[in-house]
Design a protein around this ligand. Structure first.
Ligand code: C2E
Ligand code: CA
Ligand code: CA
Ligand code: CA
Length: 275
């Protein structure tokens, strides 16, 4: 029994060492990813309701690793937040998204995800200003997506950054609404241009009475506060019909379009879409 026990322990320790080693390699790989141009952005469309127009796209980072293949954002964003690498990665995302969006039809917005770590960096505002200046993109076409966690941490400092963004003319959206803490306080304290309702409510609404109630309440609240709502992760016609009937202002999800490459003009599948 004793030997078995030791065997388990050493296997466990070997596992930990392996995890630490692969984390270190990933960190080193991440360090080189920017120089080697291994990142690109995939864009997922937003459809406005009830008029069914494509009003913009969310930029989602993609990492094509030379040996591992496509590494999904949840496998490297948290690590890059811990190491601080997210600040430079985020700078690249801002610059690339603004540069590419500047080639789209002028009414289309680009939404960029910003990590709480990035938001707290003293360099963040200059990264936004530079990305706008370099690309010539109208500031009102850039939308910054923040999660509630970003707003919780260090409230007053964040409020100042958000006001500065507002002064620049940049839009601010609250991402994954309903999944964090004290959402209602944020609606009161921060200037918001869009509420993005988390996919979990959309998914469960049809079968879960409580989720349906929350979804209804959020869309109603958006109307009363005059903040447009967007529902994330719409996958079925039934979900779309429900969101239409609730008066949700926009939708995003696989039903409308999967995230994809969107290059200037030639292979833009949305080029001919109304709006
Ligand atoms: P998010 O901001 O909530 O983005 C939505 C995620 O849901 C994306 O996953 C998208 O591909 C996926 N999605 C969209 N529609 C559907 C649908 O109908 N069904 C399902 N099942 N999924 C859908 P992705 O691209 O893997 O990104 C995951 C998360 O990684 C994002 O969640 C965001 O938090 C983070 N992320 C992505 N790109 C960036 C970035 O450039 N910077 C930062 N800081 N975070 C990013
Ligand atoms: Ca987002
Ligand atoms: Ca989201
Ligand atoms: Ca999410």
């Amino acid at each position: 029994a004793k030997r078995n026990g030791r065997g388990r322990v050493s296997r466990y320790r070997a596992g930990m060492l392996e995890a630490a080693a692969s984390r270190q390699t990933l960190e080193a790989d991440l360090e080189r990813a920017l120089e080697r141009a291994e990142f690109h952005l995939a864009y997922q469309p937003f459809l406005s309701l009830p008029d069914d127009r494509i009003i913009g796209f969310e930029a989602l980072i993609r990492w094509e690793h030379p040996t591992r293949g496509l590494v999904p954002p949840p496998a490297f964003i948290p690590l890059s937040e811990e190491t601080g690498q997210i600040v430079l990665i985020g700078k690249w995302v801002l610059e690339t998204a603004c540069r590419e969006a500047a080639t789209w039809a002028v009414h289309r917005h680009v939404a960029v995800n910003v990590s709480p770590v990035q938001l707290r960096s003293p360099l963040f505002l200059s990264h936004v200003t530079n990305a706008l200046a370099q690309s010539g993109l109208a500031p009102s076409r850039l939308e910054i997506e923040l999660t509630e966690t970003a707003m919780v941490e260090d409230g007053t400092e964040v409020a100042r950054v958000l006001r500065d963004l507002r002064t620049l003319g940049v839009k601010i959206a609250m991402d994954d609404f309903g999944t964090g803490y004290s959402s209602l306080a944020h609606l009161r304290d921060f200037p918001l241009d869009r509420i993005k309702i988390d996919r979990s409510f959309v998914m469960a609404a049809a079968t879960d009475r409580h989720c349906m109630a929350v979804l209804t309440a959020i869309t109603q609240m958006g109307k009363m506060l005059e903040i447009p709502t967007l529902a994330e992760g719409v996958e079925t016609d039934e979900e779309l019909a429900l969101l239409r009937s609730l008066g949700c202002d926009a939708v995003q999800g696989y039903l409308i379009g999967r995230p994809g490459r969107l290059c200037a003009g030639v292979d833009d599948p949305w080029r001919h879409v109304a709006g």
